[in-house]
Design a protein around this ligand. Structure first.
Ligand SMILES: Nc1nc2c(ncn2[C@@H]2O[C@H](COP(=O)(O)OP(=O)(O)O)[C@@H](O)[C@H]2O)c(=O)[nH]1
Ligand SMILES: [Mg+2]
Length: 318
């Protein structure tokens, strides 16, 4: 400890908000200096319980997250929140709305909320989200809630970070329930059927149940469907209870450790891929500092002067 080379890590491990905010900014900006700090905090991470909340825009994710924050704070737990919305500009719509919805917690030192948007992340949004969650973990947050819009591949990647993933659905899906992306359904550990004050909640619940039953052989964990009216705080306690039960299931079956190992493998492979590609591109650049080497390769392939297999082999070997 006391390593002057990683001043932000020192602050983060002491739970300092300012150091955490600065490190998150470096992560989001893709600064190379962030990596040393992340390495320094890594041994002190792995304590936080990660809950993903995913679903379509407007389904009530932020309102539900707000209720969960209040619930966990009442239990005396420290809470971190990462709201990921790649579709919104940094200062714009959804994220600003999220901030307003969660601002009742703004003065609470036991809550840290961070938004992530589209700015230049080197390793992509999933990479940045992983690292930001890690900072919250190192700060001593007991629970970290990750809100993502359930649309793209990036979001499904981010959802895989979580120990428990809550998929938020709303009434009126009706026959369109198939429109729920199969990938999103597969990651659901708990369903929140939000806006249950609206017409069609019974029908949607039935459709969801049927779809779950169609999945064939009895799974070790059947995702419960919790009806909520997030704007009125209804069903929040039941949702937290369903999350707690899923956590107990993961811990009792050894599945929690298996998920963590699977996640570690995916992260290692992603980093390895990134480093190998970066290394190869750097070698190409050294051969031609003007940066024309990559273009020259592309042109040779396009003109059928060389095949991409051979040139990729050559570039990989260096
Ligand atoms: N009628 C109704 N409206 C809700 C409910 N939960 C959230 N809303 C509203 O739905 C809108 C979107 O909510 P928000 O939490 O921002 O959704 P997000 O985009 O998924 O994060 C807001 O106007 C909420 O007030 C609910 O249970 N019932
Ligand atoms: Mg939101």
């Amino acid at each position: 400890m006391g390593d002057a080379a990683t001043p932000l890590a020192e602050g983060v491990l002491r739970g300092e908000v300012r150091a955490a905010a600065r490190l998150m900014r470096s992560i989001e900006d893709g600064l190379a200096s962030a990596e040393a700090e992340l390495r320094a905090i890594f041994p002190r991470t792995g304590r936080a319980y990660l809950v993903g909340v995913t679903g379509n825009p407007g389904s009530g994710k932020s309102t539900l997250v707000d209720g969960l924050i209040a619930h966990y704070r009442k239990q005396g737990l420290q809470v971190g929140v990462v709201a990921v919305d790649p579709s919104s500009p940094f200062s714009g719509g959804a994220i600003l709305g999220d901030r307003i919805r969660m601002q009742q917690h703004a003065g609470d030192a036991g809550v840290f909320i961070r938004s992530l948007a589209t700015r230049g992340h080197l390793g992509g949004l999933a990479r940045a989200a992983t690292d930001v969650v890690r900072v919250l973990d190192a700060m001593g947050k007991d629970v970290v809630l990750v809100e993502t819009v359930g649309v793209g591949q990036d979001e499904v990647e981010i959802a895989k970070l979580a120990h428990t993933t809550v998929v938020v659905v709303v009434p009126g899906l009706g026959d369109d329930i198939q429109a729920l992306k199969a990938g999103v359904l597969e990651i659901a550990d708990v369903f929140a059927l939000n806006k249950s004050d609206r017409e069609g909640a019974d029908r949607t619940q039935k459709d969801l149940l049927m779809m779950l039953e169609l999945r064939g052989e009895a799974p070790a964990w059947q995702p419960p469907i919790v009806r909520t009216v997030a704007v009125r705080g209804e069903g929040g306690a039941e949702l937290a209870e369903a999350i707690a039960q899923h956590r107990a299931h993961l811990e009792a079956t050894g599945e929690k450790a298996r998920r963590e190992t699977a996640r570690a493998k995916a992260e290692f492979l992603a980093l390895l891929r990134e480093r190998l590609v970066r290394g190869a591109l750097e070698r190409l650049e050294r051969q031609d500092p003007a940066g024309a080497r990559l273009d020259a390769i592309a042109e040779r392939i396009a003109r059928r002067e060389a095949d991409p297999y051979a040139l990729a082999d050559e570039a990989a070997r260096g």
